[in-house]
Design a protein around this ligand. Sequence first.
Ligand code: ADP
Length: 452
Amino acid sequence: MKQRSLKEKWTAVTSLVIFVSYALMCTVVYIALHAWLSNEEEREARRTMDDLVAMFETQQGRLTIEDFQQNNGLMNAIVDRNETAYILTTNGEPIVQINNAAPVYPQMNVSFIERNNAFIFNTPVQIGLFQGVLQVIHPLNAFTELMRYILIAMLIAGFAALLLSALIGYQLANYFMRPIEALSQEMTRVKEHGFTERTHVAYATNDEIGKLLNVYDAMMEQLEQSFEQQKRFVSDASHELRTPIQALEGHLSLIQRWGKHDETVLEESIETSLIETRRMKRMIEELLQLARRERLDGGHANVYDVVEAVALQMQYVAPQLTLHNQVKQDVHVNVPDSVLHHIIKNIVENAVKYSDDKPIVYVRTILDERCRIEIEDNGQGIDAQHLPHIFDRFYRIDAARTRQTEGTGLGLAIVKALVESYNGDVFVKSVVGVGTVFIVEFDLFHVEKSLN
Ligand code: ADP
């Protein structure tokens, strides 16, 4: 049994259960029917006997045994066509016979017996001076025949039930096992070929199997995501860190060869090495941020307060910046405070980096079903051809690279990843030479109104 598939076991068990219950039911019905019909037969035979005895009693003194011998019309009217009745002497000799449905049964000493497929009743009778025995024989041929038919019908129906239950059991097992088989095939495919081979197991019902498939899907989604993140981190890190490491290596060998004696080479190389090291440090931090990206649950942020905090922080980093906080007060969004701070700070930092001397930034909110936060700057703007790519990892516009602004090309990728993990959206609009607007949308968080 251990080697059998679940489908076979299911089929076997359901058929067996259905068949055994059917067989039990048939046995009970058969026994009950047998008892009831047999009772009916006995009652009929007794009725004939009682009618005859009653008839003899009413004729007592008027008719003799000889009258009955010569004319059995009276008895004929009472005895059923398929029954036989005898008047026997006490020695068991028949004197009168009505019908010939069965041979004589000289069972003289019993009142009732079932023998040779018939009920036999004996009752002592007195007709005039004659003392004898009245015997009624009630054959059971029709009854036995009927019971045989019933038995055969039950056996045929039982066999059909067995087939039917096996068929239904098999179909049921098939129906329930199909999604599980599909799931197991899918798992094997993923195991052999990786996540690229992942498909969705179609199953619309929300029963236990549906729930299992949903859990599996969600689990695979998470696994795939973390797998992708890990793969991306490794490839990004190895690709992007190669350049600064090579630069570092170049400068160190420069110092090794000439720098020990040449002050200017030493100074320059140490300076560049430090810049590269800082860049690398920042890149590693940002890469880790992108890879780690854990979702904090349950937080919400007051947009106005967050913008105020960013403005305060930027005063020290970029005193040349003018930040206008035009956000409506008491607007809360469904994203933790620290995350919203990080998002807005990244965008404002870019506004400072990619603008001329006097950056001016406006932050405002537009309330709809969601909260739309607009961050507008008066910077250099972004050419339309770059707009679709600025959220890609490591994407930097050439001008930014040549201007040697500090940056890794990861800032906006982090913003987008953060926004999306809190069910938000981020867009950008820009006109070169005029400025850029970043639009971040989040679900509103409704703060419970206080009692008064
Ligand atoms: P970086 O580390 O280079 O700033 P980001 O992902 O933050 O990386 O930005 C990607 C590129 O998009 C930047 O290199 C820059 O060219 C452009 N960019 C981002 N924000 C602005 C802005 N406010 N104005 C003009 N260009 C921008």
